[in-house]
Structures are given as structure tokens and as C-alpha cells.
Design a protein around this ligand. Structure first.
Ligand code: NI
Length: 169
């Protein structure tokens, strides 16, 4: 049975933790990825990084399908920006920053490598939403958030709103 995990909300300082590389491809990794997918589907998200559920390993789950039945798991994902690329603007959202959407410019061409749950290595040059989403999730593994791309003034406004909404008990 999958378990719903608690999603950390900005400005929780734990979201700034840099995640460690996964070395052991065991049952607990598989279980965590299943719980993360369950949590992501429950929250209606399209991507979730382990950092967001306070597990600081390099693990990302995603589902970009219309019918929400094509789960993707990336272990130790890494990318380099392709030499010939341009920046594309896309309006992003984040389960750790509820009610906040922002256009962010990211490279449209990257070379991505990752491992699956068995440790097998893969590589691809993702396009479109997958490209945007994996860059967003890898940011999480580095402790970086969407609000780091906006002005300090705007960031502070988001911080204050979320502190008020989520830390009032
Ligand atoms: Ni996010």
C-alpha cells in the first residue's frame, strides 16, 4: 500500500538541502518512488522531487500524460545544456509553492542522463514539457526553487503569503 507523504512548503529551509546521489537500488528506493507517485497524483502534480517530501536523495517522479497513467521515475538525473540551444519561456507551478505560477526561461535543448530503479543507465534529449519539468525537478535536488528566478521583492511577498497560509495552527 502506498503512503501519502507530507510535501514541504516554501519557505521551509529543508527545501534548500542538496540531495545525495543514490547508490543503493533496493526495495526502499522502489517503495519511496511509489509513495512519491501516490503523493504526486493525490496533489494533482506532474512532477515531484524527493527533496519536496524531505528525503534528500536524487530521485524524481513524474507523469506528463493526459490520463495520469504513465509514471516516470528518474534516479540520479543529470543534464548538460546542448551547445545549440535557445531559451524558452514556460509558465511553471510547484507543489511546494501553492498558488504561485511564473514564467521561467529555460534552455530548450539538453542532454539528460539518469538511472532507473534497477540502476540501469539511460540517456535522452527530452523536448517540450518533459525538458522543462526535469530541469525544474533537478533544481529541487540542488535546493533551488522557482522563486529564485524572480526578484527578492516578489519572493518576499510569496514567502509572507505562504507563511500566513500554512504555518498558522
Ligand atoms: Ni516544484
Amino acid at each position: 500500500m502506498s503512503k501519502k507523504l507530507k510535501i514541504l512548503i516554501f519557505p521551509d529551509p529543508k527545501l534548500r538541502t542538496v540531495a545525495k546521489k543514490v547508490e543503493k537500488f533496493d526495495k526502499s528506493l522502489k517503495k519511496l518512488s511509489e509513495d512519491m507517485l501516490f503523493t504526486m497524483y493525490d496533489a494533482n502534480g506532474i512532477g515531484l522531487a524527493a527533496t519536496q517530501v524531505d528525503r534528500h536523495i536524487r530521485l524524481v517522479v513524474m507523469d506528463l500524460s493526459e490520463d495520469r497513467n504513465e509514471p516516470l521515475v528518474f534516479v540520479n538525473p543529470e543534464y548538460t545544456v546542448a551547445e545549440k540551444h535557445s531559451l524558452v519561456d514556460f509558465e511553471e507551478g510547484c507543489l511546494s509553492i501553492p498558488g504561485f505560477n511564473q514564467n521561467i526561461a529555460r534552455p530548450d535543448k539538453i542532454d539528460l542522463t539518469w538511472q532507473d530503479l534497477d540502476g540501469k543507465k539511460h540517456n535522452d534529449a527530452p523536448e517540450g514539457l518533459l525538458n522543462i519539468c526535469i530541469q525544474h525537478e533537478i533544481d529541487h535536488l540542488e535546493g533551488k526553487l522557482m522563486v529564485d528566478y524572480i526578484s527578492a521583492l516578489k519572493r518576499d511577498r510569496v514567502r509572507k503569503r505562504l507563511l500566513k497560509e500554512f504555518n498558522r495552527k
